[in-house]
Design a protein around this ligand. Structure first.
Ligand SMILES: [Zn+2]
Length: 371
């Protein structure tokens, strides 16, 4: 073979390879992902559950999360749980080591010593230390507004000026905040006027938390207004309202909240049934709400391992997996479904893939970049 022939053959070979590579690229472009998600995509999509509580070193829940392709945000809470908020942080860091890339956590703080010298400094120091240990944000809980009282025995609300330097600190340092303020509106209604079965059962069992029976406590509106006044004071704060921002009963109210606070997002944790209920009477409205506010809603469940859940591992696995699959079905298909939380049937929202990806991980990654 002459030098020239060799050169020509090489050129032809290169042309064939380029043709194949480009051709394959074109073929791939011709097969875009379908507009809607399939059942298979549940496993394939790298999802986030933004509102969980993993308060044990047991691995049952986390194994299921890995199995179902979920990254978990475990939210530390200063609630009367079996482990206090500081131990919750140690557990979260244990789980981060055991399941790297699959779990992160939010820290929180205690109201103990509120009004005394040093509370603020101590609180900020604890948050700073937590962030250094690996926390990716802070949780504020409903004890503010519903439990904690000031020296004059009035309830400490979220817009209390005593919190201003704390929220200034979080705002200035771009530390995201998840706020569970107030309760579902049902909590302030008599049992027979409540809209979902799980609220009826819960407040029947725990009358001490049923605000309808405790008129001396701040009203539903007072909880929401205090939260909103705090947000008005801190327009740069990255804020995620837990449990649909306690505005679960009306997508119209949620829309107003989003319009008023352009930085705010909400998680869906333990309130998806309220959306299903609204979809029962006006499917189009709920569907269009998701489309319009697709950048502001984050998937979450409030599940995890707390109050001894992993002592019954099979039950925990079943509940966790079933909830994740049913919620996926509601958001991605238009199947007619029913759940125990509400009476009667409703139709799935069948949201476009683009919206599903935002709700299941893109918005979470924007809100909490460490996830
Ligand atoms: Zn929770």
């Amino acid at each position: 073979m002459t030098h020239f022939e060799y050169f020509v053959k090489k050129i032809i070979l290169l042309a064939i390879i380029s043709f194949l590579v480009i051709g394959q690229g074109c073929l791939q472009k011709k097969k875009p992902k379908s507009e809607f998600c399939s059942e298979d995509d549940f496993k394939k999509m790298d999802k986030v559950d933004i509102h969980c509580h993993v308060n044990t070193k047991d691995t049952v829940f986390m194994n299921q999360a890995v199995e179902d392709n979920f990254r978990i945000l475990s939210i530390n809470t200063d609630a009367p749980l079996d482990v206090d908020y500081m131990e919750q942080q140690d557990i979260a860091n244990f789980q981060r080591k055991a399941f790297p890339g699959h779990i992160e956590y939010l820290t929180t703080f205690s109201m103990k010593g509120w009004g005394e010298d040093g509370w603020l400094e101590k609180t900020i120091a604890y948050i700073k230390e937590s962030m250094e240990k690996g926390a990716i944000g802070v949780k504020v809980w409903k004890n503010i507004g519903m439990v904690e009282r000031d020296k004059d025995s009035s309830f400490i609300m979220l817009d209390n000026p005593g919190f201003d330097p704390l929220f200034d600190y979080l705002e200035e340092n771009n530390i995201p905040v998840c706020g569970h303020l107030g309760e579902p509106k049902n909590c302030w209604l008599p049992i027979d006027e409540m809209t979902v079965n799980n609220d009826k059962e819960y407040y029947k069992e725990y009358p001490q938390f049923h605000m309808y029976l405790h008129p001396g406590f701040p009203s539903y509106e007072e909880q929401i207004n205090a939260r909103d006044r705090m947000l008005e004071k801190h327009p740069g704060l990255k804020f995620m309202g837990a449990h649909l921002g306690s505005l679960e009963w009306s997508v119209d109210e949620l829309a107003k909240f989003f319009d008023k606070f352009p930085n705010a997002t909400v998680d869906m944790a333990a309130r998806i049934c309220h959306l299903q209920l609204q979809a029962q009477s006006d499917w189009q409205k709920v569907h269009d709400f998701f489309i319009k506010y697709q950048d502001r809603i984050i998937y979450g469940t409030d599940m995890g391992d707390y109050l001894g859940a992993s002592k019954e591992p099979e039950k925990l696995i079943k509940k966790t997996h079933t909830t994740w699959v049913n919620d996926w079905k509601f958001l991605t298909t238009d199947e007619v479904m029913s759940v125990k939380e509400i009476n009667g049937e409703f139709k799935g929202l069948k949201l476009p893939r683009e919206v599903v990806e935002k709700i299941y991980y893109k918005n979470a990654e924007k809100m909490f970049p460490g996830i």
